[in-house]
Design a protein around this ligand. Structure first.
Ligand SMILES: NC(=O)c1ccc[n+]([C@@H]2O[C@H](COP(=O)([O-])OP(=O)(O)OC[C@H]3O[C@@H](n4cnc5c(N)ncnc54)[C@H](O)[C@@H]3O)[C@@H](O)[C@H]2O)c1
Length: 326
């Protein structure tokens, strides 16, 4: 039984990772500052399952402000998922939040990791580091050219992981997640907006012509890869693509959703958003070879799970037991 530190534990992906670790008998120290990128009630709801476990503790606070060494010391492995996500809102005045939550938070943790040799540090990076990649599917060793300020901050933090591995012997692994979806997906993300529009009987707004394609990755597969990275005997500073197994256009995903919903969808197109790349696709050969990663969930099944979650979603506002706040 291991003890894991999960930063961003109340978020979409962090809460799934937390649930999976707890279900397998591990203990989890979760950290989250409940920042305001979406309703904190949603984040508290993400932790409903976790709070049933005595083996779960939560620290409510900002990784940049907290004593990182005290968080890391009792844990065997660190999964660093806290961050300010979202491409579109990274333009303009919100950029400071991106440097704070993505770059400074990662630096604080890495600096503290120097005193804990042997502990693994897994960082949630992003396919956004690639921008409009010239090679599809994209292997890890192309030169990253982010197309959004968000991607720039994710890449900066990824470079910190490589730097701390090379210069300070921290055992880092960075995972470039590709378009993650599934139950609890963030409310700003496309499939969540599409599912809510279907359930509420509203038109679906698609940015651009819908021909843009993404390597959509089900959150359960992301969790499996992240856990594997926590244990794998891989060289420090390694970077891996984690994708769903193939690129699909937004229009094709909408056709699949119409099939699941059992009716035609009222789709309206609006302007393409700044920072949205044309296509993404992950070459996952490295993750297959070194992490034993193989995505298991077909888009049809993952979309059905997300639509069902949106339909059935209870809206509780549970209180979360915390080590630092009531
Ligand atoms: N969702 C995706 O498709 C995707 C793709 C690529 C990479 N990622 C990365 O995965 C991670 C998780 O993304 P998500 O979609 O679950 O987002 P999310 O917003 O649902 O979760 C992130 C959580 O981190 C917390 N947080 C942010 N800054 C913090 C700080 N300084 N201290 C403590 N807590 C903090 C937030 O309150 C939030 O609950 C992020 O780092 C994101 O950049 C996500």
């Amino acid at each position: 039984m291991a003890r894991a530190l999960v930063t961003g534990a109340a978020g979409f992906i962090g809460s799934h990772l937390t649930d999976a670790l707890l279900a397998d008998g591990h203990s989890v120290l979760g950290v989250d500052c409940f920042n305001d990128n979406y309703a904190s009630a949603d984040k508290r709801a993400n932790l409903v399952k976790a709070t049933d476990y005595d083996t779960f503790d939560l620290v409510i606070g900002d990784v940049v402000e907290l004593d990182a060494a005290r968080l890391i010391e009792p844990c065997d492995v660190v999964f660093h998922l806290a961050g300010e996500p979202g491409v579109r809102s990274s333009w303009g005045p919100r950029f400071d939040r991106y440097t704070h939550h993505n770059v400074a938070a990662t630096q604080r943790l890495l600096e503290a990791m120097v005193d804990f040799p042997g502990k693994r540090f897994v960082y949630a990076s992003s396919s956004s580091v690639y921008g409009d990649a010239l090679t599809l599917p994209t292997p890890e060793d192309v030169t990253p050219r982010p197309l959004s300020p968000y991607g720039v901050t994710k890449l900066a933090a990824e470079h910190l992981c490589v730097l701390y591995a090379e210069e300070q012997d921290v055992s880092t692994v960075a995972l470039r997640y590709f378009s993650v979806y599934g139950p609890r997906q963030r409310p700003d993300m496309a499939f969540r907006r599409f599912c809510e529009a279907i359930v509420d009987g509203n038109p679906i707004e698609v940015f651009g012509d819908g021909c843009q394609s993404r390597d959509f990755t089900f959150v359960g597969d992301i969790v499996a890869a992240t856990r594997a990275a926590g244990e794998a005997d891989t060289s420090p500073g390694r970077v891996f693509n984690i994708g769903g197994g193939g690129s699909v256009s937004v229009n094709r995903a909408l056709e699949a959703l119409a099939g699941i919903a059992g009716r035609p969808l009222d789709v309206r197109h609006s302007e393409r958003q700044e920072g949205d790349v044309a296509d993404t696709g992950a070459d996952t050969s490295r993750a297959r070879a070194e992490l034993g990663f193989a995505p298991q969930t077909a888009l049809q099944d993952g979309l059905a799970a997300e639509l069902e979650w949106v339909r059935e979603r209870p809206l509780p506002l549970p209180r979360v037991r915390s080590l630092t706040a009531s």
